[in-house]
Each structure stands twice: as C-alpha cells, then as structure tokens.
Design a protein around this ligand. Structure first.
Ligand code: HEC
Ligand code: HEC
Length: 241
C-alpha cells in the first residue's frame, strides 16, 4: 500500500516535471486565476490600472476625477480612449495600450473607456447649458487671458495665480511643468467638484465663461509656464552653491 502511494506520487511528479499535467485538457492550477490580458471586467481593470491616481470610485485621487459627470458629458469617447491608449506626454499619465508600450489590449482599453462613461455619466446633466468644446479650437490670446483670469479666477487663486485663500498656486512652475494644456482646459471647464473647484459656469455665479474666455485663460496659464522656467530654483539660486 505504501509503495502504491509512492508510485502515484511519483507519477504525478513526473507528469508535472514533463509539463503535461493536463492529459485531459483540463485547465491547470487555480481555476480562478485569469491571465492579465484576459481580465475583462471594468471594476477589476479600473482598480488595477487607474484607481491609484484617479481614486477608487473615479474620484478622490491625486489626478483629476474621472467620475465627474460634467467632464464625461463634454469629453467624447474617442478623445478619452486616445488618452488612455497613448497617455499624455510629459505627465504621469502613461500609455496603456500594448501598441504604445502599455500592458492592456485594445479590448481592455475599450472596456475601461465605455465603463467609465456608462458607470459615471449622468444623462442630461448639461441640458440647456451650451457647454464649451472639450478641445480648444483656436490658439488663444494670452494677453486677453490675463484679463479673463482677473475676472474669473483671481479672487480664489490669488493675484497672478500665486495662490489665494480659496485656491492653490497655479502659475508656479512645479505645477505647470507637470500638467498639459488640455488638462488645464478640462479643469477650467469641468472643475474639480470633489475639491470645491467650480466648473465653467460657477466661478462668477450667473456668468458662465465663454469658449473663447476658456481658451484664452489657458493660453495665459501656458504662457506663464514658458516665462518662468525652473522657478523657484532659478539659475541664481544654483549659483550660490
Ligand atoms: C500614475 C498616475 C496615473 C495613472 C495610473 C492613470 N492616470 Fe490618468 N491621468 C493622470 C494624470 C496626472 C493626468 C493629467 C495629465 C495631463 O496633465 O494632461 C491623467 C489624465 C487622464 C485622462 C484625461 C483627462 C482629460 O483631461 O481629458 C483620462 C481620461 C485618464 N487619465 C484616464 C485614466 C485611466 C482610464 C487610467 C487607467 C487605465 C489612468 N488614467 C491611469 C495620472 C494617472
Ligand atoms: C471659488 C474659488 C475658485 C475659482 C473662482 C476658481 N478656482 Fe480653480 N480651484 C479652486 C479649488 C478649491 C481647487 C482645488 C484645490 C486647489 O488646488 O486649490 C481649484 C483647482 C484648480 C486647478 C488645479 C490645481 C491643482 O493643483 O490641481 C486649476 C488649474 C485651476 N483651479 C484653475 C482655475 C482657473 C483658471 C480659474 C478661473 C477660470 C479658476 N480655477 C477658478 C477654486 C477656485
């Protein structure tokens, strides 16, 4: 009897070692384990790839909330999918599609994109409010943008964007260096409601920003990025060391 058990055990062992432990075509190992490229449900894909930056339920993370119905009403699915697939150069938003060096298949990118829209959109939320376009359609005028800033933003973010009682500094290079122009536009349009930042209608109550004002204020912010390279660690700071 002992010897029989030993034979059984060694037969199994040699099957394992020879790599053909599934003589009848049954799945090997833990039947619950799914290869990463086969994961196909939104909740798992989102929590494994996105929640760390965008928050567990699409909000409350360091990066912009995706579960913002105003954002989801303005962005089109193709633009969102492109960002997720290809990432945003120069920011921590990396490319997720295998074709762009990421880990996810086309199908998984699709599951995530449509899952974000179907789980977190709220139909009709912008009905009647003539929303601005997601992407800018002109280059923008930074000079006019500075005036726009004074009207709609300065009382929260301070003179010149240095920070104020109701909003953080947004013209310092440490912030501007890591954020794209589109992201600035997205924030101005959709706000960051979970942090108390208003959307384009709420800065000055009863006076929604126009598409052009949004484009121009972003052009002004972007111009601050170019004019203050390296601040606050400018060349003169380094010269002292
Ligand atoms: C390491 C942090 C990080 C991870 C992980 C991450 N993101 Fe991002 N994401 C960012 C940052 C930062 C931005 C803003 C980049 C910029 O300045 O344009 C961003 C931007 C975006 C945008 C564009 C928002 C807009 O303005 O239209 C989308 C959509 C997005 N992320 C979706 C995702 C999805 C989906 C995942 C998971 C597959 C993901 N992100 C994972 C950091 C991250
Ligand atoms: C009622 C006050 C208020 C107004 C008006 C306002 N903001 Fe904000 N804004 C906030 C708050 C609060 C946040 C989130 C917390 C923070 O960064 O201070 C924020 C966040 C931001 C951010 C992201 C900062 C970051 O660190 O992620 C940008 C960019 C921004 N606002 C730009 C603007 C611009 C441009 C305007 C004018 C068109 C504007 N805001 C108007 C209160 C305001």
């Amino acid at each position: 009897m002992k010897r029989f058990q030993y034979l059984c055990a060694s037969a199994v062992l040699s099957l394992l070692l020879s790599g053909c432990s599934s003589p009848h075509g049954q799945p090997q190992g833990d039947p619950e384990a799914v290869a990463p490229s086969q994961v196909s449900d939104f909740a798992t894909l989102y929590s494994q790839n996105c929640a760390g930056c965008h928050g567990a339920q699409g909000r409350g993370g360091a990066a912009i909330a995706l579960a913002n119905p105003v954002y989801l009403d303005i962005v089109d699915e193709a633009s969102m999918r492109k960002v997720i697939a290809n990432g945003i150069h120069g920011t921590s938003m990396s490319a997720f599609d295998q074709s762009a060096g990421g880990m996810l298949t086309d199908k998984q990118i699709h599951v995530i994109t449509s899952g974000i829209l179907s789980n977190w959109s709220r139909k009709g939320i912008l009905d009647g409010s003539n929303p601005p376009s997601y992407a800018a359609n002109t280059a923008g005028n930074a000079g006019h943008g500075e005036l726009v800033y004074r009207t709609y933003c300065a009382f929260c973010h301070g003179q010149g964007g240095q920070g104020g009682p109701k909003g953080s500094a947004i013209t310092n290079d440490s912030f501007l260096a890591l954020v794209s122009d589109q992201e600035l536009r997205t924030i101005v349009i959709a706000g960051r409601p979970e942090l108390g930042a208003p959307d384009w209608r709420g800065n000055v109550p009863g006076k929604p920003m126009t598409n052009l004002e949004i484009t121009d204020v972003v052009a002004w912010l972007a111009s601050r990025r170019v004019q203050n390279p390296g601040q606050p660690y400018s060349a003169s700071n380094y010269a002292q060391h």
